[in-house]
Design a protein around this ligand. Sequence first.
Ligand SMILES: Nc1nc2c(c(=O)[nH]1)N[C@H]1C(S)=C(S)[C@@H](COP(=O)(O)O)O[C@H]1N2
Ligand SMILES: [Mo]
Length: 456
Amino acid sequence: MPERIERSIEELYRDDPAKADAEVFGRETGPSRRGFLNGAGLAAMGAAVGGAIPFAANMPGGMIPAAMAQSSPAGMPPSASPAPASAAPKGPQYLKFPGKSDKLVVLGERPLVAETPENLLDDDTTPTDKLFVRNNGQTPEENKEPDKWKFVVDGEVNNKLELTLGELKAKYKPVTRRLVLECGGNGRSFFTPQARGNQWTNGGAGCSEWTGVRLADVLKAAGVKSSAVFSGHYGADPHLSGTGVTLSRGVPIKKLMDENNLIVWQLNGQPLPNIHGGPVRLMIPGWPGSVSAKWLNRIWIRDKIHDGPGMGATSYRVAIKPMVPGDKPDEKNFRDLESMPIRSIITSPANGTKLPAGTKEVKLRGAAWAGDLTVRQVDVSTDFGATWTSAKVEKPKNKYDWQRWTATVKLPSDGYFEIWTRGTDAKGTMQPHIAGNWNPQGYGGNPMHRVAVLVG
Ligand SMILES: Nc1nc2c(c(=O)[nH]1)N[C@H]1C(S)=C(S)[C@@H](COP(=O)(O)O)O[C@H]1N2
Ligand SMILES: [Mo]
């Protein structure tokens, strides 16, 4: 009997979370139900997650346990929209690519997109083989003469520059910085109803050492005119269709001139791999990764807002006034996503970790970052958010570095626990319980990260 319930509840949570939720939490209480599981539901839930739930009384109604929500960890069932057939359960597909970890999860093959599971981001500096990959078009052929790679800086400048990588290295002072690179769509999978695009969990991000020259030094040499308003960045990757520009985004001049932006040719002390945009790419940290053009061949300084592919409409844009989730967008109600939102992740233990019976303490490690801002605080909870403990948060090595954190939490007994983390940025903005401010392409999804641990 319990066997049967166990399977059915798990399957139901995968196939129809709303219905599963109603089964477990009770139908009668309706959509405003909250709080407590009834006895039968609690038994079924315990069987499904693999153990008793000591803090069950705190479990929010409608929350999918982290143990069952590997692919949609936001927790809230997509009750507004039944899961489409394409979302039927299938295990993760792992990347097979020279120089990349075979633990990266493929989100798309054409174009190639792969994310880094949170527990693979446990290094202080993300190794190259673990850094996520996000292509929008084709992957260009590997360049055999990197120092001859050319790019131009033109438009609203006094001196149009045409530079080879060799000249760039010779003329400007190199710097190395540890910088977060984060896809604008990171966290998209947490939206309900599902938003359009690659279903990133928290792994469209990493923090590696980048070596290059300051973009501002090159722009000073070009002499940016007072008519300059915005930039447009171009890379050499062919469009999937074979013709046309794949992606071309830009930033306002103020952001462009920020001294933390780099034109880079090294990643973690090695020549920048082709898959990450080698020989040369931009690194404009804190903003959606899409402004950091790979295979850089042009920086166009413009006297108006850029209009390349990836600008305008709902691309990399969020709602100004909250919209009804799933509704048709009114394009006047959107603004560009600029600084990325606060995000804290648990990098150890991994979701689903089993600990020996009698374990009373767990050491946690994680990372947190917040776009243009620093991280003020990271808190962790083991009792579904009833009580919180502050983590020890390290200082960034340099601006736009992530901040590693550690904490030790106590567990009262054996059973099923969820460890939650939430970050707070320097302005006091904290991560929400569920992804908010729904938008059609799912930007800004940064709910608290949760991992399940089973003791005994
Ligand atoms: N030329 C070019 N640059 C690009 C892209 C691209 O498809 N083409 N993708 C962008 C996006 S959306 C992101 S998130 C980052 C990803 O960088 P990575 O693949 O090195 O992790 O590169 C950006 N730069
Ligand atoms: Mo991205």
